[in-house]
Design a protein around this ligand. Structure first.
Ligand code: ADP
Length: 384
């Protein structure tokens, strides 16, 4: 994708400078220097950084800039192009400029002991220290948020004892079909999904022990014919016991997100979850604080029912990123019970927007983890 701006001579900067000086300063290096003063607000480094700038050339007085983004950010591309153009026009108002943006999701590193899953670029675990904090709600909406950014997304409900995904996707009563020896993923709200809820009745109690649970989950992952996708969200069972540890060891994970409510007691559980992933060398991309506050529908007053400051404490004490603070929301709960999404690309609700912003932070965090480990794939091409 690229845009070209036409030459316009009636600009203050142009008129106030000598034309020869102006043309002399129009070199790729001068432009690169100038770009180094403009930061990408999401990535936190400048557009001249080798991690994104891949080409800067002047070809018959046309400036060509090519940037490659390591995550999908369709919604903000045009905004970025306009910002860069304006920045360049401050010095070179008459420039003819083509800015090309490419975006893709990289496959990230997984634990040394396991192989990446074929066709699935990144599996991200969503964990919580304890049940009832809204982990499954967050997992689903994170998946929908990533989808809204332009990614292909799958979700695997690993909550074998309490599978809630079929209900949240509006797929209650649907049974997973088998195609030869594999299950076919069930499609809901545009996501590919798999859950124990598609294999047994909601009323059937699961009385499996730990090893059976983790082997059932691996079967759900490995014996499902997933279509290729950028992200798979893995909704882990709550807690940090043996079951969760075995799953986190055996499933190739690119990163993990921890969900909590703001009380102190929940924060202690976050620490345990953090330690579990740290031990397995799985990057914790951040924490999502759910049920952070409630806004009174009558007067708009915000009440912190479960206390406040928990998220800030996590940032301070453990150096974890607080990815989002999701309020208690009646419409979120109601829509979820009906299997209706709050994240829809066409009409984003306030709740939906929060999850899209949060998904973008997760995608950036994951992209930046890898960038820190890797040298840039290509050298910048700067030529006149
Ligand atoms: P967990 O997976 O942690 O057990 P769930 O995601 O199943 O929790 O959520 C438990 C209940 O809380 C569900 O009925 C869900 O709709 C509701 N819920 C979760 N998050 C919120 C929220 N931010 N506002 C209102 N209700 C919520």
């Amino acid at each position: 994708m690229g845009i070209t701006i036409p030459i316009s001579a009636n600009n203050f900067h142009y008129q106030s400078r000598n034309k020869a000086d102006y043309m002399n300063s129009f070199t790729p290096e001068a432009i690169r220097q100038h770009l180094s003063k403009l930061q990408d607000p999401e990535l936190g480094f400048s557009y001249s950084d080798k991690r994104v700038l891949r080409e800067l050339t002047i070809d018959e007085s046309q400036l060509n800039i090519r940037l490659v983004y390591p995550y999908l950010t369709e919604v903000k591309m045009q905004q970025r192009q306009e910002t860069i153009l304006k920045h360049i026009q401050v010095i070179w108002p008459d420039v003819r400029c083509k800015i090309e943006f490419k975006q893709h999701t990289n496959r990230h590193k997984v634990q040394n002991s396991v192989k990446p899953k074929f066709g699935v670029k990144n599996i991200i675990a969503v964990a919580s220290g304890k049940g009832g904090v809204g982990k499954s709600t967050v997992a689903l909406n994170l998946a929908l948020g990533l989808q809204a950014l332009g990614a292909r997304v799958a979700i695997l409900d690993a909550d074998i004892y309490g599978p809630s995904l079929p209900r949240m996707l509006g797929q209650v009563g649907i049974k997973a079909e088998a195609d030869g020896k594999n299950f076919v993923p069930v499609e809901g709200l545009g996501l590919q999904s798999m859950s124990m809820g598609y294999l047994v009745d909601e009323q059937t109690p699961m009385i499996w022990r730990g090893p059976m649970v983790s082997s059932a989950l691996q079967q759900l992952l490995n014996d499902t014919a997933w279509q290729s996708c950028d992200y798979m969200i893995l909704d882990l069972p709550p807690g940090t016991g043996d079951i969760q540890l075995t799953m986190a060891q055996k499933i190739p994970l690119s990163g993990a997100v921890v969900v909590t409510t703001p009380q102190d007691i929940a924060l202690a559980d976050v620490y345990k979850a953090y330690k579990m992933f740290e031990k397995l060398k799985i990057p914790v991309l951040g924490v999502i604080e759910n049920m952070s506050y409630h806004t009174c529908s009558e007067c708009g007053h915000e009440e912190h029912i479960f206390g406040s400051g928990g998220g800030d404490k996590l940032v301070k004490d453990f150096g974890l990123d607080l990815l989002a603070q999701i309020p208690l929301s009646k419409s979120l709960r109601e829509k979820e019970d009906l299997g209706e999404p709050v994240v829809t690309p066409s009409a984003l609700t306030e709740d939906g927007q929060r999850f899209v912003t949060c998904a973008e932070k997760v995608a950036i965090k994951l992209a930046c983890e890898e960038m820190e480990l890797q040298a840039p794939i290509q050298k910048i091409k700067v030529s006149a």
